[in-house]
Ligand binder design. Sequence first.
Ligand SMILES: [Zn+2]
Ligand SMILES: [Zn+2]
Length: 173
Amino acid sequence: MRVELADIISCENKEMSQQVEIELSSFDSRLGQFPIRTKQPFAMKFANEDGKRLLIQGETEVAIGIPCDRCLEEVSRTFSIALDKEIDLTGSNEELSMENLSYMTGTSLDVDQLIFGEILVSWPMKVLCREDCKGICKRCGANLNQAECQCQKTEPDPRMAAIQDIFNKFKEV
Ligand SMILES: [Zn+2]
Ligand SMILES: [Zn+2]
């Protein structure tokens, strides 16, 4: 959803609160496409400070379904978003000027773009369904958290494999 900020930008010391709907239904990035499972209306606050700065604040939570790194089962990860943004209205800070913020188009704020950026910076390096996830069998693809597959039983004991290697080396000589 977009919020038009022209009024508050042009009115010194004006404040405004607004409930904003998050339209984003999935998080699409170079990491992949992940469904948004739950989201809440986003209570946002805007404040024009002496005509110099525009403050944007708000808190919300978004839960996203991310596959476990080991077994690929979907894990619901909650992202707590606490916004505290500042837009420079004087033109003295280029980085914070409206023209250079990806979530601003003119005086219109793209809330979904803003949320997207917040999720991106807190994206987890690793996602596991549980600390001791056993993952999937590399041979048959069975989820080893649910059941042991037959492949494991035929897997050679690693210690035996090492001895086998030594024997093979002797043979080669
Ligand atoms: Zn897992
Ligand atoms: Zn298997």
